[in-house]
Ligand binder design. Structure first.
Ligand SMILES: [Zn+2]
Length: 417
């Protein structure tokens, strides 16, 4: 594996089937249309890291070759547990998944059966207790089969930690470790699954458990969404020696909703440049051109937004990915000067100071005590989804509180958030 940055954001490249449609791939060699970020020398923004989902990829056994993903590109394969819950598609086969993962990716997570119910939104949640033990047992069976067939040791197979409370998380984790021990094998790392993934307190809780169990192994945060979530992960990156990866597909709002990540406030403000759906009133920006001069947008200079065709919205995705990478880099670098970082956070995102206080407290006193002290502010998925508003926790009172709909034509329906 190539040397990875210690903290790495992974765009989810197949959160939408469209990104990987044959038509788009065949266009990649064209001179004008370079919408990917992994072709060296051709992609306007070269970034050879991504998360792929075996749920969408299983149809192509030689996925990597099939889609011209270069050898030097680091791929993390999410196993598809999330999609299995979301799409009532429970028949993902653990043996097929682990074979596919070893063939196509450098690192990936076990096929877990998350202990949540599908709730009809682009998230899941609901009563975790009801399904916890049943799904833990199903996951153990999956993991047993995967561990027995994990033959390529260059591939890093990570366990997944689910749960809302330290008690549940430890129970789940202990259940996974037992299967590993029975197979006389160790997981290569730990994927943490905070839900809702945009609540920084949930990320804090999962980070605290990771700090206890991961030792020197890599840690992944699944589907962390929003600025506060990413900055909380940056905070952990400075506390822990482990390699940390995090994935998100929020960038795909570009082609899905016509949302353009603001240059200055990436996650807190997204500019709605897409066409407004009929019958909906949205605040809609009517610029001539994209308001950005980043390495991606430079390829669109002179092109009017009004004349955007379907594929141009992938450029917006690419700009959004570029902004996310910059956002992570920016805060991670700022955090190397703790005093400065904390002052900026206090000024711009004061709500995070309490999250960091919880993390500091938990690192010293343990996750259980931190949970007891802060549980009143940590979201509970069931309550969260009852008043379901995707971004409520990540972006209180900002423009993102409402996700606008536009009639940008998309052929994907399955993406996560
Ligand atoms: Zn740009």
């Amino acid at each position: 594996m190539t040397n990875l940055p210690k903290l790495l954001y992974l765009p989810v490249i197949n959160s939408s089937r469209k990104l990987f449609s044959r038509k788009l791939i065949s266009n990649l060699t064209g001179e004008e249309l370079i919408t990917n970020f992994w072709t060296k020398g051709k992609s306007p923004f070269y970034y050879p890291y991504a998360l792929i989902s075996s749920f969408y990829g299983l149809d192509w056994f030689n996925y990597r070759e099939e889609f011209n993903l270069p050898e030097e590109m680091f791929l993390y394969s999410d196993s598809g547990g999330f999609q299995a819950v979301m799409l009532d598609y429970a028949n993902v086969n653990p043996l097929a998944v682990v074979s596919w993962q070893q063939k196509n990716s450098e690192c990936g997570s076990i096929l877990d059966v998350p202990p949540y119910e599908k709730l009809g939104t682009a998230q899941f949640g609901g009563n975790i207790n009801k399904l916890f033990d049943v799904n833990l047992e199903k996951t153990q069976k999956n993991v047993d089969m995967m561990l027995k067939n994990w033959t390529n040791k260059k591939f890093e197979l990570q366990s997944v930690v689910q749960g809302e409370t330290p008690e549940q998380m430890i129970k789940w984790h202990t259940g996974m470790e037992k299967v590993a021990r029975d197979n006389n094998i160790e997981f290569a790392g730990y994927a943490m699954s905070p839900k809702p993934a945009n609540d920084p307190y949930k990320i804090a809780l999962h980070g605290l458990l990771a700090s206890r169990v991961a030792k020197d192994k890599p840690i992944h945060f699944l589907q962390a969404t929003g600025g506060n979530a990413l900055i909380t992960i940056v905070y952990f990156n400075k506390l822990l020696k482990n390699r940390i990866t995090v994935d998100s597909s929020t960038f795909s709002y570009g082609s899905r909703y016509g949302l353009f990540f603001d240059l200055y406030e990436s996650f807190e403000r997204k500019i709605h440049i897409g066409r407004v759906a009929e019958g909906r009133e949205e605040i809609h920006a009517n610029f001539d051109e994209l308001p950005c001069n980043c390495i991606v947008c430079r390829h669109q200079i002179g092109k009017k937004i009004k004349q955007f065709e379907k594929c141009d919205w992938d450029f917006v995705n690419l700009h959004n990915i570029c902004q996310t990478v910059n956002f992570v880099k920016y805060w991670d670098e700022l955090a190397t000067d703790r005093d400065y970082f904390m002052k900026r956070i206090g000024k711009e995102r004061p709500e995070l100071l309490k999250v960091f206080a919880m993390i500091d407290y938990g690192m010293k006193e343990g996750i259980e005590k931190a949970y007891d002290k802060y549980k009143n502010v940590i979201s509970v998925t069931e309550q969260y989804h009852k008043s379901s508003n995707l971004m409520r926790f990540a972006n209180k009172g900002t423009s993102e509180a409402v996700i606008p709909q536009v009639n940008v034509k998309t052929d994907e329906v399955n993406e996560n958030v």
